[in-house]
Design a binder for this molecule. Structure first.
Ligand SMILES: Nc1ncnc2c1ncn2[C@@H]1O[C@H](COP(=O)(O)OP(=O)(O)OP(=O)(O)O)[C@@H](O)[C@H]1O
Ligand SMILES: [Mg+2]
Length: 220
């Protein structure tokens, strides 16, 4: 049923232009994301994983094809309660503490200051990051910053979580633990999860693997 589809992608293509040079980063991609899906997006570097996630997040527009979010209404701007993104590049806001970073999307939504603070503290507890609450992003290791970004993305309880290499800077044990916490948190929530990853151990934990090669998406 169309009403059960979070993201519908039909023949999506994305070409980047740099002067007269073009790169076809995504070619004719078609797929569906439904509530509760656990999807790993796997493929070599440069195959188009981040490009596809940016389109699914509504942060970029396809050059061709159509993408819709039937359950989420038409996306207009960032709607943290609907779609949360963990970016591949560091994305914590430098002047804000860890706690304030986690609070921010909730404050941009409809949470009160008190609610945002309480939930942010709970999220930091869940991810075992409470000791970092008052630190600035520049004081964190890469892996700590990635875990804070994950806590921030989940704080709004989004319907769709898009995570781009969220364990890229974590050791194997910490990566496993982060996914344990993530799955535990999402259990029974209906939140769909799409994770771009190079890590076979992460891909193995997700029910479905979508493969990308030279911009071509193979949906299993
Ligand atoms: N803003 C941009 N301008 C021009 N080319 C780009 C841009 N972003 C990505 N590309 C190109 O598009 C292709 C796909 O890039 P993308 O970042 O989607 O790959 P990826 O699968 O996420 O790679 P990685 O695993 O290294 O993160 C690559 O050839 C890349 O060089
Ligand atoms: Mg990428």
């Amino acid at each position: 049923m169309i009403s059960e589809v979070l993201v519908r992608m039909q023949n999506l293509s994305r070409t980047y232009w740099r002067g007269k040079m073009s790169v076809q980063a995504l070619v004719d991609a078609t797929g569906l994301v439904r509530p509760g899906d656990r999807i790993a997006l796997v493929g070599p570097s440069g195959s188009g994983k981040s490009t596809l996630l940016q389109l699914m997040a509504g942060l970029d527009k396809p050059t061709d094809g159509e993408i819709t979010w039937p359950v989420l209404d038409e996306l207009s701007g960032l709607l943290p309660r609907q779609v949360s993104v963990v970016f591949q590049m560091p994305s914590l806001l430098p002047p804000l503490s860890v706690l304030e970073n986690v609070e921010l999307p909730m404050l941009l939504g409809d949470a009160s200051v008190e609610e945002a603070r309480q939930t942010a503290r709970e999220m930091l507890d869940i991810f075992n990051l409470h000791e970092l609450a008052d630190k600035l992003p520049e004081e964190l290791s890469g892996g700590q910053a990635q875990r804070v970004a994950m806590a921030r993305a989940l704080a709004c309880r989004p319907q769709l979580l898009l995570a781009d290499e969220p364990t890229g800077q974590l050791d194997r044990h910490t990566a496993r633990h982060m996914f344990d916490v993530l799955f535990n948190f999402l259990q029974g929530s209906g939140t769909a999860l799409v994770v771009a990853t190079h890590d076979p151990a992460v891909a193995e934990r997700l029910a479905v693997n979508w493969r990308m090669q030279h911009g071509v998406l193979e949906v299993s």
